[in-house]
Design a protein around this ligand. Structure first.
Ligand code: 5AD
Ligand code: SF4
Length: 485
């Protein structure tokens, strides 16, 4: 029996005439049953299915959380729609930079318009942005049409909150400060049939001085290795070929759990044993915790992809110190060199923040120096965004004009070096996991190399989800155009 069928049996077992059980996840199975009754009745009244729209902002963690939301929505009887003119709309929000917040507030106005036309409509907000007091106060004051607000720690309670949303009046706000609880075995609706994210840990303990994540995602907690491997086995049985192990800092997996808990490289070895899984990725690695053992495991592995995302943030030791990153320019360079020496075909990608408080032209030159020396395959370059409550918010901010200037220089350098670096496979034939039909030209397919580089090539949709050999004819900056070998 498959994972979703197992859950179905558990939902059917609940006696809905009794009060809800206290134990999780049984409690949520009970509320899934309760919600089903409501949605069935509403849909009969309306003479049509009820539609739910789920919108996701932010990172891979949020994308995985949104698959869990979609799993519950599907399980209780909603039809999925991309239109926000729906019966139920949920935004899974991000707050890592301020522009993510602005986008959410910008779009909420339109939802209010839809709700005026369809008074039965429900609007829900969840995710990182909801863990900020200021945001909650603003929503309570000026966005009274929002029905349900919850945060990052109680997502597993979505079915219960939905039930309350349909049986109570007024805005329901359920935000937890933190949690040490991890609830397993709830429904999930994957976006891709052939690949999936797998949470291995939640939260972050690093407190980089610019970053809001530790405040909104709470303290680091690792999932039990047996649970992770069980999930990966279930995914493989369901046709998944690629898993991406997710955590804010996967290299510290298990460390807080004490002696005897599995380390990240050991976990990788266990995941590698799962038959049917052909590619293993992971995100994100903190440079300060990347061990020789990890490099060794990657080197020996046939399944772990030739890609490391290793956020640099800044190439200036002075700024790195103010950022509380706990490595230096030199130690980062030495690490990158060691990785390249051990695994020559690997891609290293990175994140860079430009305009951290106090950053000068000379600091930006240090960042450019690192980019030139490491030759990243790709780098996500962000303008520093001041986040309320973080230590950096209290530091003297860098002048706008200088930030702009440094940003342009760094971006130009990234583009030039990446162009040069990515094309090293031109003319070779390499395996590509086909992900989707090309968005611009439906005669083309889009997939990825093991090193995460995107490849477009002519082909039909029947190849989606398969790993095929593609000759990489032409490199166009960050991607390849090829043909099936
Ligand atoms: N401003 C700009 N970029 C940030 N990041 C995290 N916090 C901030 C901030 N306050 C970037 C980092 C991180 C990525 C996910 O987002 O580069 O690696
Ligand atoms: Fe933020 Fe640093 Fe934790 Fe990454 S490691 S989530 S940048 S605090």
């Amino acid at each position: 029996m498959g994972y979703m069928e197992d859950i179905e049996v558990m939902v059917d077992k609940q006696d809905l005439t009794l009060p809800p059980p206290a134990k999780e996840p049984e409690r949520q199975y009970y509320f899934i049953g309760k919600c089903r009754e409501i949605i069935r009745r509403k849909s009969e009244e309306a003479g049509r299915p009820l539609y739910a729209c789920s919108v996701c902002f932010g990172c891979q963690m949020n994308a995985r959380d949104s698959e869990k939301l979609a799993g519950i929505l599907r399980s209780i009887g909603f039809e999925e729609t991309a239109s926000e003119d729906a019966d139920f709309v949920i935004y899974n929000t991000c707050t890592v930079r301020d522009n993510a917040n602005q986008r959410v507030f910008g779009r909420l106005g339109a939802l209010n318009g839809y709700k005026k036309k369809n008074p039965g409509m429900k609007v829900a907000l969840c995710g990182c942005m909801m863990q900020e007091d200021l945001v909650i106060r603003k929503l309570q004051k000026s966005y009274g049409f929002v029905d349900l607000i919850f945060g990052t720690h109680n997502l597993y309670k979505f079915a219960e909150l939905l039930y309350r949303c349909y049986t109570e009046t007024g805005m329901i706000v359920d935000i937890w400060e933190d949690t040490d609880k991890i609830v397993e075995d709830l429904p999930v609706e994957r976006k891709f049939s052939f690949k999936s994210g797998v949470n291995i840990m939640f939260g972050c303990n690093n407190f980089c001085s610019y970053c809001i994540v530790p405040y909104v995602r709470g303290r680091e907690r690792s999932r039990a290795p047996e649970e992770i491997v069980r999930e990966v086995r279930n995914l493989a049985a369901d046709g998944v070929k690629e898993v991406m192990l997710l955590g804010q800092n996967v290299n510290s997996y298990g460390k807080k759990q004490g002696e005897g808990f599995m380390s990240f490289p050991e976990l990788l070895r266990e995941v590698e044993k799962v038959e049917g899984i052909e590619r293993i990725r992971f995100m994100t690695s903190h440079p300060k915790d990347l061990s020789d053992e990890l490099i060794q495991v990657m080197k020996e592995s046939k399944k772990i992809c030739r890609h490391l995302h290793l956020p640099l943030q800044s190439g200036s030791t002075r700024i790195l110190e103010k950022m509380n990153r706990r490595y230096t320019k030199e130690s980062y360079l030495a690490l990158a060199e060691k990785i390249r020496r051990e695994i020559p075909d690997i891609s290293i990608t990175t994140d860079i923040i430009v305009g951290f408080p106090g950053e000068t032209e000379k600091d930006a030159e240090d960042t450019i120096d690192v980019i030139k020396k490491v030759r990243f395959d790709n780098a996500f370059t962000f303008v520093y965004s001041k986040r309320t409550g973080t230590p950096a918010a209290a530091m003297e901010q860098a002048p706008q004009a200088l930030v702009r200037e440094n940003f342009d220089k760094i971006l130009a350098c990234v583009q030039e070096t990446a162009r040069e670096r990515v094309r090293r496979f031109e003319g070779l034939t390499m395996p590509v996991l086909v992900e989707e039909t090309n968005e611009q030209d439906s005669a083309f397919l889009t997939g990825r190399l093991s090193n995460n580089t995107v490849v477009h090539f002519p082909g039909d949709a029947s190849l989606i989800g398969q790993i095929v050999d593609v000759t990489l004819d032409r490199c166009e900056g960050f991607y390849y155009i090829g043909k099936k070998a």
